[in-house]
Design a binder for this molecule. Structure first.
Ligand code: SF4
Ligand code: SF4
Length: 492
């Protein structure tokens, strides 16, 4: 007990009911002054606590005893108090963790070039910690070595119990610039006795009949970046000459839909929709609802444009003066998101059906309701090193496709350098121990390696942290306010 410290978070609902979130296990229980007193003073011993419950909180002795026993059992079973031990990983432990983790994905960064210049792209001047666009393209030799290395590791993980099939993702820049190479890679993978699942994230502008048929026939999971309605999309997602890309992409989406229907295939289609402070989210939602009526179901990942370590939002403020018509100031994201959330929450309270698009937009509530419970590993929600490996056009290997280029973990010629993996993991742990050790919602925070990477170093990201705490606190309160009225809410 002495080496553990209290890690609970108390929140309140609209009806002023209080709950305790146990950051150690994810349990949420109703809270009262007495419960909190017992939890906070458990080390003082039974007699001290019972005396106080009777004299300070005026509880009947039997009720006091029952309450004490309930909390004491939870504490004895590891609830509420988190271990203070600071553990770092050895090279061998990093390798072990990789070989035993339950997922494994290869991300091939086919090219660093792109035919677009999206205003919020992490490869432009607004994101100084990331690389810029270049003409570097992967060649088949690098891709082949990456796949051989991946399958070699995959085989070892399979022997350790990995059940999922191999997953290979094509990423960029714009990966379809390297379509010829993608075809070669897919054909190469067919020589192995694996049922590989292919993924591609594309800006959608280069899709044509030939490419779509190839993607459909090879059961690709396709993710297309599309920021909703034309005005919002074209504000940011533009060609190098500044022209909007919306019309081309929508035309290609209909072509894709036609081809997959002709073939009777319905492989997963996902849209990645980015929004910023100036997006009218009502227009975005309406657009996707209309699209759904004509092409059927699809997934949507809503991403807020990353707001830390960037000058993008300064650029927006500057642009408003010149391009006022492109920026929704009155119907901005804060206002429209709130209005949509009100509609969504009301429907959840009354157990009414809501659109799939709204469910995707507010999936945080569902994720929080069905949050993972149980004891967490030392990395929190960050991937185990080697859950995925990303390979750039030159064959350098990274822990993630979003990792800053400075932090490679090897290359396809020499394989993974486990000391480099260890260095990244332990830097991440060091910063977490220093800054997150007292955080009482850490198990709900998705902080990972990339949030702490700057151009050539690791540092705590306080902007991300403050924002996360504010949002989680608010979401928990809303979630439980609704659940008090409808315990079946958010179940999809
Ligand atoms: S399509 Fe992707 S890589 Fe290309 S500019 Fe846009 S965000 Fe950047
Ligand atoms: S980044 Fe902030 S919110 Fe996230 S775990 Fe660390 S202290 Fe908690």
């Amino acid at each position: 007990m002495s080496k553990r410290k209290l890690s609970i978070f108390e929140f309140e609902t609209k009806n002023k009911n209080r709950y305790i979130f146990d950051n150690v296990t994810g349990l949420i229980i109703p809270s009262s002054n007495e419960d909190k007193f017992i939890i906070e003073n458990i080390t003082m011993g039974e007699q001290y606590i019972l005396n106080n419950l009777v004299t300070r909180f005026f509880l009947d002795e039997t009720i006091a005893k029952n309450k004490y026993n309930y909390i004491k059992t939870l504490v004895d079973n590891g609830y509420f108090y988190m271990s203070k031990e600071e553990k770092y990983l050895s090279v061998e432990e990093c390798r072990e963790m990789t070989l035993k983790s339950g997922v494994f994905q290869l991300i091939l960064i086919i090219t660093e070039s792109c035919n677009l210049r999206c205003k919020y792209c992490i490869y432009n001047e607004h994101y100084p910690y990331y690389r810029t666009y270049s003409n570097k393209n992967m060649n088949f030799e690098v891709a082949k070595r990456a796949i051989d290395l991946y399958f070699e590791l995959y085989q070892k993980k399979k022997e350790n119990g990995l059940k999922r099939p191999p997953m290979i993702s094509f990423y960029g820049g714009e990966p379809l610039i390297g379509y010829k190479l993608i075809k070669e890679i897919v054909n190469y993978c067919k020589m192995f006795d694996y049922d590989v699942q292919f993924y591609i994230t594309t800006n959608g502008t280069l899709l044509n009949n030939d490419i779509i048929e190839f993607l459909v026939d090879n059961s690709f999971n396709i993710a297309i970046s599309l920021d909703g309605n034309k005005a919002n999309h074209n504000r940011n997602r533009v060609y190098i000459d500044g022209k909007g890309t919306f019309d081309t992409i929508v035309e290609n989406i209909y072509l894709l839909d036609k081809i997959r229907k002709e073939r009777g295939l319905r492989q997963p289609l996902t849209f990645i929709c980015c929004y910023d402070d100036f997006t009218d989210m009502k227009n975005v939602i309406e657009f996707f609802e209309t699209l759904r009526k004509s092409i059927g179901d699809f997934n949507i990942v809503f991403n807020e444009v990353y707001r830390y370590d960037t000058t993008y939002y300064d650029y927006c403020k500057y642009s408003i003066k010149n391009d006022y018509k492109f920026y929704s100031l009155s119907n901005n994201a804060i206002k429209t998101l709130q209005e949509l959330q009100d509609v969504y929450i009301k429907a959840q309270e009354e157990n009414k059906e809501v659109s799939l698009t709204l469910k995707f937009l507010f999936q945080i509530f569902s994720l929080l309701k069905f949050r993972y419970q149980g004891f967490m590993g030392i990395l929190g929600n960050a991937c185990a090193p080697g859950d995925k490996i990303a390979v750039d056009p030159e064959g350098n290997i990274f822990i993630c496709e979003k990792a800053v280029q400075k932090f490679d973990i090897g290359n396809v010629m020499e394989g993974i350098k486990w000391d480099k993996v260890q260095n990244i993991v332990n830097k991440f742990l060091e910063i977490r121990y220093e800054n997150c050790a007292d955080c009482n919602i850490s198990r709900l925070c998705e902080v990972c390696y990339v949030h702490f990477m700057s151009s050539d170093n690791f540092r705590f990201n306080s902007g991300f942290c403050n924002d996360k705490k504010r949002r989680i606190n608010k979401a928990l309160s809303i979630l439980y306010s609704v659940l008090e009225n409808n315990p079946y809410a958010f179940e999809y």
